[in-house]
Design a protein around this ligand. Structure first.
Ligand code: HEC
Length: 192
């Protein structure tokens, strides 16, 4: 192929990518709203369960609750919302909580925005991405550590809690955090 043909071919490819039918800007904004509500619901339900359990059973007795309730709440929300919902972190505790490439870069971008002074409540991001099987809507919301989180994710974890964590999660990476750090993200996705 000569040079001119090559330039024309890549221009055509670019236009094809731009013209490919996909969700409109309005549709995407509506999906982002839905995803935001779904992530908010996960955070609220889990926070409620955690608070209840910490009061009733203390931190040591609440690890089992996190282990059972967190995946159960995510699964039930996935069913009701039609999104795939989960929590992931580059320093994961749940062995299934390993982020994929999109989630890794989303968390890194949210960490930068937090460092630049953005409020934790508004730290989310979303994108329509291409996959091998088509297009996918992806959304991430940052989970920023509050003091209560440090009981189980901080630097000075009580011995009893530490022992329980070691027993339940032998490959735990989710400790050593301070307040106001991005512990992980709620990751929400849906094929288009
Ligand atoms: C009582 C101990 C405890 C407290 C308090 C706690 N967590 Fe966790 N956290 C856990 C356990 C246990 C898991 C693993 C749950 C599972 O198996 O899915 C976990 C998992 C996570 C995950 C999923 C990613 C991963 O590492 O597997 C995130 C994100 C997370 N916690 C954030 C927080 C935040 C933010 C707070 C404070 C609002 C918090 N946690 C408070 C015990 C706790």
């Amino acid at each position: 192929m000569n040079r001119m043909k090559l330039v024309l071919a890549s221009a055509a490819a670019l236009m094809a990518a731009g013209c490919a039918t996909g969700p409109s800007a309005e549709q995407q904004a509506a999906m982002a709203d839905d995803a935001r509500k779904t992530a908010g619901s996960l955070i609220q339900q889990l926070g409620g369960e955690l608070k209840k359990s910490l009061e009733a059973n203390g931190p040591e007795g609440s690890i089992g609750v996190c282990k059972d309730k967190a995946p159960a709440i995510a699964a039930s929300l996935s069913k009701s919302s039609g999104f795939d919902v989960k929590r992931v972190s580059p320093k994961n505790r749940n062995p299934k909580g390993v982020p994929d490439a999109w989630e890794t870069q989303a968390q890194a971008a949210l960490e930068k925005r937090l460092a630049a002074g953005e409020k934790p409540e508004t730290l989310d991001t979303w994108q329509v991405v291409r996959t091998s099987s088509g297009k996918e809507f992806r959304y991430a919301k940052a989970l920023v550590t509050q003091p209560v989180c440090l009981t189980c994710h901080g630097e000075n974890i009580a011995d009893g809690v530490k022992a329980r964590l070691a027993a339940e999660y032998p490959h735990d990476k989710a400790t050593g955090y301070g307040p106001g750090m991005v512990r992980g993200i709620v990751s929400v996705k849906r094929p288009l």
